[in-house]
Design a protein around this ligand. Structure first.
Ligand code: PLP
Length: 288
């Protein structure tokens, strides 16, 4: 999650209750205890009290990246859930990762490796999940891409998500399409929030459903999918450029970084930075 400075100098965070709930759901997968909402918020406030001078800066899109974590710390050699667990929060000043609003990121389609399997750990926010993406990341970099797009493990035909972001596709007739949560996709807080902003504030029709690579290829080519973007706390919203694969390449959608991508980004960051009224109680003050 991130801390954002508002115009009056106070520092706020976005939907900490959902982040805390996801930490607990993720911890359950590993039989680890996790903090309740109260301890979670108190930990963020304690960190900001000590480290507020590190940011976030009031200008642009800079923020303070917050990383709450749990780690088994029992002194024991063996394979079972740890009986002693340390909960901590670390922070780092951050800009917008990956590309930024005007810089579409080319993405690499991982056809050989998957990120998550049914019944595995992919739905949890878990450090080990990122290890599965490291080999494919090297492959992506070698092809000039900065993100890897993963497919479902069973059929290798359905689009799931990027290594650290969810994916959304926009149609010219006002639909926002994103892969449905099947148990192998991370429940992104940005994803959930954008779906609501799209439906409630922008009047878009939201579709959570399966999206195949074949559909991506076909509908970007015929112009039905007019915008494609990645979303997550770190990258906020980053337009997707080319989709590159071993045997084919899909050009950027015809209206890349277009109207819907920009409107969603403006609305979301407006709420986060305190320029747009927060009508849903998503923002919680943590300092100042
Ligand atoms: C695999 C993965 N998908 C999606 C996301 C986006 O989630 P959120 O919007 O909660 O940051 C993340 C965030 O770190 C992630 O690691």
């Amino acid at each position: 999650m991130k801390a954002y400075r508002h115009p009056d100098g106070s520092v706020w965070t976005f939907r900490p209750d959902r982040n805390a709930a996801r930490l607990r759901a993720s911890a359950e997968r590993f039989f680890l205890p996790a903090p309740d909402d109260e301890l979670f918020l108190a930990s963020l406030r304690a960190l900001l009290a000590a480290d507020h001078a590190w940011g976030p800066a009031p200008d642009g899109e800079r923020s303070l990246y917050l990383r709450p974590y749990l780690i088994g710390t029992e002194q024991f050699l063996g394979v079972r859930p740890s009986r002693e667990v340390t909960y901590g929060v670390i922070a780092s000043p951050a800009g917008a990762f990956v590309g930024g609003p005007e810089r579409p990121a080319d993405v690499w389609l991982s056809e050989r490796h998957v990120r998550a399997v049914p019944g595995g750990t992919g739905e949890a926010k878990y450090g080990g999940n990122y290890a599965a993406g490291l080999g494919p990341y090297a492959e992506a970099e070698a092809h000039g891409c900065r993100q890897t797009l993963f497919l479902d493990a069973e059929t290798r035909t359905q689009v799931e998500e990027f290594s650290g972001m969810n994916v959304m596709l926009v149609t010219g007739d006002g639909r926002l399409v994103t892969p449905e949560l099947t148990g192998t996709i991370l429940h992104g807080v940005t994803r959930a929030s954008l779906l609501r902003i799209a439906a409630e504030d922008l009047g878009l029709t939201v579709e959570e459903r399966r999206v195949s690579v074949a559909e991506w290829r076909e509908r970007v080519a015929d112009g039905t999918f007019s915008e494609v973007f990645a979303c997550g706390t770190a990258a906020v919203i980053t337009p997707v450029g080319r989709l590159k694969a071993r045997s084919f390449e899909v050009p950027p959608a015809r209206d890349t970084a277009g109207r819907v991508t920009r409107a969603l980004r403006e609305r979301l960051t407006g709420i986060q930075y305190g320029h747009v009224p927060d009508t849903r109680g998503w923002m919680v003050k943590i300092h100042g």
